[in-house]
Write a protein that binds this ligand. Sequence first.
Ligand code: ES4
Ligand code: ZN
Length: 324
Amino acid sequence: MTSALITLPKAELHLHIEGTLEPELILELAARNGITLPFPTLGELREQYEFADLQSFLNLYYANMAVLVTAEDFADMTRAYLSRAKDSGVRHAEIMFDPQAHLFRGVELATAVTGIAEALASSEAEFGISTGLIAAFLRDAPEASALEVLEELLAMGAPIIGIGLDSAEVGNPPSKFVRLYKRARAAGLRLVAHAGEEGPASYVWDALDLLGAQRIDHGIRSVEDAVLVKRLAKEQIPLTVCPLSNVRLRAVDTLAAHPVVHMLATGLNVCINSDDPAYFGGYLGSNFQALVAEFDFDADTLATLAGNSIRSSFATPARKSELL
Ligand code: ES4
Ligand code: ZN
């Protein structure tokens, strides 16, 4: 990444903290916690990082979480991300975590929350990155589970700014989570949702109209519906696009075939994000670099993408104007 691209202030708005677990850290944490992994060497583990679709990635992503046991593990993972994000010129990060994925394997909510929150608390001082934490709910689990976990997060005073919806999209439409989003809205939380990654454009409509999502994670399949594109452009709904993720999970055939250029040309509010950077070939800088290499984006386009990320964030107005 050129120094001009690094110094351009950027916000990362679509990032799963569990997706930043690098293979080296996975092995280190496994050793620290006395856990035997199905792929015990770096070489064997790395061989697993070829994905046919979203589900094949999720299988490895959930399996690798087994090494996260103590609050310190969560804090170490989060600090490692912030350090790498800083190298990509990230100045503000809204970080998702999967509370249910930890609960379901017997790790208490408080362990995950305190560990992540501890690292985030020193992020501005240590890395110059302001942060927000978003609890993402598993759409392939029942809504009742999500509601229960949200109540628990609220009761413990977890420092979350919003909720999201992730995991296996197809067959788990936004309509399944109307009560969850209603409850989160009543609690004053911000609302985002994955939609239109592998799922159809109708899921994007439903995330907006049934859930009240303020931001759409991915949203790339929106381009299949011209009426939807018009609406997204008119309302400037932020779409957190993740180019390397889409290539690695085969949501697009090649980067050259990625709709990001078309999305920008139709006036959509697009920003660039790394999603699960330890799994998809790189952090925010690598995503920008890949776009520059493929599409030869000029300085104006890069400034638009970076500016969109800041404007679409939930940072305070003061922080936004500092970064714009
Ligand atoms: C995810 Cl790329 C992606 N899509 C849906 N859910 C996820 N959880 C973590 N990464
Ligand atoms: Zn995602």
